[in-house]
Design a protein around this ligand. Sequence first.
Ligand code: ARG
Length: 581
Amino acid sequence: MKPIIEQIADHVRAAIAKAVPEAADADPVVKSAQDEKFGDYQANAAMGLGKRLKKQPRQVAQMIVDNLDAAQLVQTPEIAGPGFINLRLKDEFLASSLEAIQTDPRLGVAPATAPLRVVVDFPSPNMAKELHVGHMPPTIIGETIARTLEFAGQNVLRINHTGDWGTQFGMLIQYLRETQPQALANPDSVRVADLDSFYKQAKMKFDADPAFADAARRAVVDLQQGEPATRTVWKSFLHASRQHADEIYARLGVTSTERGESFYNDQLPEVVKELKDSGLAVIDQGAVCVFLDGFVGREGQPQPMIIQKSGGAYNYDTTDLATIKYRLTQDKADWLVYTTDVRQRQHFEMIFAAARKAGWLTDKIRVDWVGFGMILGPDGGPFKTKSGETVKLKNLLDEAEARAQKVVDENSAEFPEAERKQIARAVGIGAFRYADLSHNLASDYRFEWDKMLSLEGNTAPYMMYAYARIRSIGRKGGIDYATLPADTKILLTNEFERRLAKKILQFGEVFQVLVKDLAPNILTSYLFETAQTFSGFYRECPVLQADSPELKISRLRLCDITARTIKLGLHLLGIETVERM
Ligand code: ARG
């Protein structure tokens, strides 16, 4: 089913073509009405058309209305203000639209007819460290985007572009060479927690001791050139990190295929050569640089992207150039998505600009870089433990579950222990995810347990509870929603039923915007509004005690579709629902 907003836009577009053929290409500018008083949708094309055709906008609006053939969908349009066309959906149309999707698991959202190959780059952490709080956003945002695009019917390749290469490994290897030879002799004994502390010490030494820094850089070269002993150590480090990360991904229900930076190592010389041959890369002060239009330093001087340092070493930029080329030419991607913290904005802008100049990236390819802000501590400062350490992701997940367990134990003491445990898991991790996904991604936000675990407000527990409550209505009435007749008649007898029907039918248009903007808070806001609209409905409209059997079954169907909408929406956000809580 086409989203209603688009059905209306089609009709208005046709009316414009008839009313003012010379402007048949005009955007009908159809929007959701802000205030129910003015109807459900507004077509705002008349103002722009008035200017363009040098006519009174209200007069243009009237011409559009006169030619509008949408009596199936809307009541008689009203023209307001300078030339807004206010449109109110007919109840019969709302009811029949809902009837048409009442058993559709996709809730009316058609899958893409020609699936695109999308590469979603996530969570892409740097290895050789334990995952910490900062790794949460790319992991859950990436998963949500991947699920969304999969649901949209695209052909999604989830690629974990791990930082498994480069300076940090050189530091680590050199540090162990100097201080822990026994660990080097037996690299498989190294655990990720050890790596973490070795890494910290190595980093301190690297910053303080130039001789060590040089040696560490030489260790990177050993690694890149495939020196066997260095490679062996490197592999066991990665193995330890990977095991640790996989446990966390499993807890979060996150999957991806690892293709780390090292994967592109052999391709780097070729990429640099190609860019040099085409004149895009030039030698500047001994380094190979790419100069791109529009990128300037603080003093306005052109700012190059360095792709090979004077000593010959390649870097993050070189790897990302090889990566984008590989994804476009080997994976045959039609669409590339990356998610990193906002500080990498310029890096990606430069990569995309260079890839365009190199001719790999064309206008046919969609590219999105989704930047996210920082998770701040409850006091608004950096998020650290009491002793000033970075908060480990594992500890955070443990705490989320433990806190949720307390709430569940208090509120649902009568449930069996295993069920309470399962609910706590879903709530704890769900709360965490929802908090991260329900604000504007690019801004920083505070990590506040009480807020995210609250049963009130725009939170996962509220949404999960709304779902469970709807499911309990069916249970209380001894009705399995799944057995409602597929041709249930939807009766819209009052404004509460009508509002709910309209809200549910908006899922399709919200989903489209979500795919366009890749901003999960579009979905969380919609789900929150849906749950609130449901509350209004349930407060005013008896379901099990409805006045007639027809009304009861219609209302049960409204309950059912609302529950399925919430469940699907939460699933896209990576949040599990439970049947009761
Ligand atoms: N490893 C990087 C980091 O932790 C993120 C990598 C993102 N993906 C990419 N293709 N550069 O900041």
